[in-house]
Design a protein around this ligand. Sequence first.
Ligand SMILES: *Cc1c(COP(=O)(O)O)cnc(C)c1O
Length: 391
Amino acid sequence: MNFSDVKSLSNQYLMSTYNKFDISIEKGKDCTLYDINGKEYIDLTSGIGVNCLGHSNPIIVDAVKNQAQKLLHMSNLYYNENQAVLAEKLVKASNMKRVFFCNSGAEANEGAIKIARKYSTDKYKKDRTDIISLKMSFHGRTITTLSATGQDAMHEYFHPFTQGFVYSKANDIDDIKSKITDKTCAVMIELIQGEGGVVVLEKDFVKELYELCSQKDILLIADEVQTGIARTAKMFCFEHYDIIPDIVTLAKGLGGGFPIGAVLCSQKTENTLTASTHGTTFGGNPMACAVASAVVDEVCKKEFLEEVEKKGQYLKEKLSKVKNVINVRGKGLMIGFDVNNMKAIDVLNKCIENNLLILTAKNSLRLLPPLVISYSDIDKAVCILDKVINN
Ligand SMILES: *Cc1c(COP(=O)(O)O)cnc(C)c1O
């Protein structure tokens, strides 16, 4: 099929939930993508923070091939080695206690919300079920995770929403304090708000929030769906903040492109979910766990994490030197910036013309390159950005 065939077939038969850009990606190798016409792009998107080991990485290809020959799916009614092995790796890497596997970020957050409410109900009886989340947050597209998402624009349709969510300002401890009541059971945060515009939470704010939550036995849920699995040059972004959340959710990078999500629980909440209180058909299937296991082995290496840190610094420094680029921010290879002479979406569109894929987040630009990006691809990408912004 040529591009216009794909486009017209898509527009005829798919629900129009996305305003798509006019390209169709066919294949990729490392940090390079090829569209259906053979045009090459440098990928600074990783399919929105997913393909952390780049495209067609042999580590992932081999894991998929080997497992596909054995067993794709099996129910959670039986024990599974891949699941157990991956659970141990994630627990040891995070200092948490137990894992529940699912298939996506929204599902991981749904799980976290259920755990928080059950923990509180088990201990304090009913009416202690409110969850505070932050304005401009993004926690998913299900009815409950949309409720958790602190953006009015997301609450326009689909009423009635799940009750019990309260929104507070990011980086404003007094605002959170004023919203905590006897009914609060959890606070849910992204340590770096991804979709909200790459808003990095301040260390003092997070540490104070952590103390406050521990004092009041309010659970701190870290939505690390975008920040987790080495994206910020630590296995988990919470390591930058010297805290251990009560619940951590993961998805995007965990399977390196294969769908999988996870909820990690600390000692406090490790036994909250009991038989029949939660479940999933596909979650933790042998295929997803085999791939995620291979990804985790690779990205949790000390040298790998150090490289992500170095490349992140390098990319941020180069970007900061580009004329009209301002507010370069982020950690590791999760980077946001603004441009003071153009709209973000115009920069993005001109980048596509010039063989570079980047992301927007609200009115900012966002870069989530594969964590294995080479220095020469970083150089080329910044060169294209400079050309797009300043010519
Ligand atoms: C992407 C994202 C989600 C939703 O993940 P899905 O897999 O699309 O359901 C939730 N939280 C954060 C922080 C995200 O970036």
